[in-house]
Design a protein. Structure first.
Length: 296
């Protein structure tokens, strides 16, 4: 096992997963502290790098495209300080950082992790229920319903209709944009069959963000919703065949329901814990893990 402990956080690699725990230092961002511990399976990893500097170094993880709903929702717009896949390293721990990189790279090579984008999320996203107050409103998500409530800073055009409740089934997409310079940011939900060109300031399905301390937390709401929407790269569901059987029934056979992705991820974590505890042998663990990954 390889581990590096810093004021910025702790990264631990057990040969199968990387466990990322944010530190308690005052310089650790509010987003990382709120997000908490992350478990990154080796299958989600595209690469790892360590960059040395005069005053400090930086460890960086690169995940496969489509592996993480947080990165999918934020589209590369997280700042370095808010990025949970970066770790500041003090000069006296450069050797430990390089050892961790070597261990992860060797395991990555042995496992022959593909470089291709994922067609299913390999991380679960932030846990729900989740509620964040920032900008001109509060966004809450319980796994099924998105609720938007307004505050005294909200434009009358949005408050007139009252709080919004959006069923997950009605959400076509979620968009998070941080404030940059003089441009405000937003968290916007695109509702099926209800396109709009209204600015976030007037859109009742959007929260406007002004660049204050809590604004980045809206990215967690975006990620929690993104994790439960269809994956952008998932294969399209087969269309029903035209025509009907002689008895008038549809000619298309019913499609089996997809397995719960969150349940499969939990199963991976359970297998890792059993292996670490010595209950499963290396061979048993490898076989069981591959079976779960094929089902994903």
């Amino acid at each position: 096992m390889a581990e590096i402990i810093q004021r910025d956080g702790t990264w631990t690699f057990d040969g199968e997963t990387l466990r990322l725990v944010p530190g308690h230092d005052k310089n650790v961002s509010l987003l990382r502290k709120t997000l908490g511990e992350l478990t990154v399976p080796l299958a989600a990893l595209a690469g790892i790098a360590f960059e040395q500097g005069k005053k400090s170094g930086r460890l960086r993880l690169r995940l496969r495209d489509g592996a993480d709903p947080l990165l999918q929702a934020t589209g590369g717009k997280l700042t370095d300080s808010s990025d949970p896949y970066q770790l500041t390293v003090e000069p006296d721990r450069y050797g430990v950082a390089e050892y961790l990189v070597d261990e992860v790279r060797n395991a990555h090579l042995l496992e022959q992790v593909p470089a291709a984008p994922c067609d299913a999320y390999l991380l679960t996203g932030p846990p729900v229920p989740l509620s964040v107050s920032a900008g001109d409103g509060t966004a809450s998500f319980d796994g099924e319903i998105v609720r938007l409530e307004w505050n005294w800073k909200t434009e009358d055009a949005k408050t007139a209709a009252g709080a919004r409740s959006l069923a997950l089934a009605d959400v076509a997409a979620v968009e998070w944009q941080p404030a940059a310079g003089l441009e405000n940011g937003h968290l916007r939900f695109t509702v099926k069959n209800a396109p709009t060109k209204a600015p976030p300031k007037y859109d009742p399905n959007a929260v406007e963000l002004w660049g204050f301390k809590k604004d980045p937390l809206m990215a967690l709401v975006a990620a929690a919703v993104q994790a439960r929407l269809p994956h952008p790269s998932a294969p399209a569901a087969p269309k029903a065949l035209a025509g009907a059987s002689p008895d008038g029934a549809s000619a298309a056979a019913p499609q089996p329901a997809a397995e719960d992705h969150d349940a499969l991820l939990r199963r991976l974590r359970e297998l890792g814990e059993l292996h670490q505890a010595g209950i499963l042998t290396d061979e048993e663990f490898a076989t069981a893990k591959q079976a779960v990954l094929r089902r994903m």
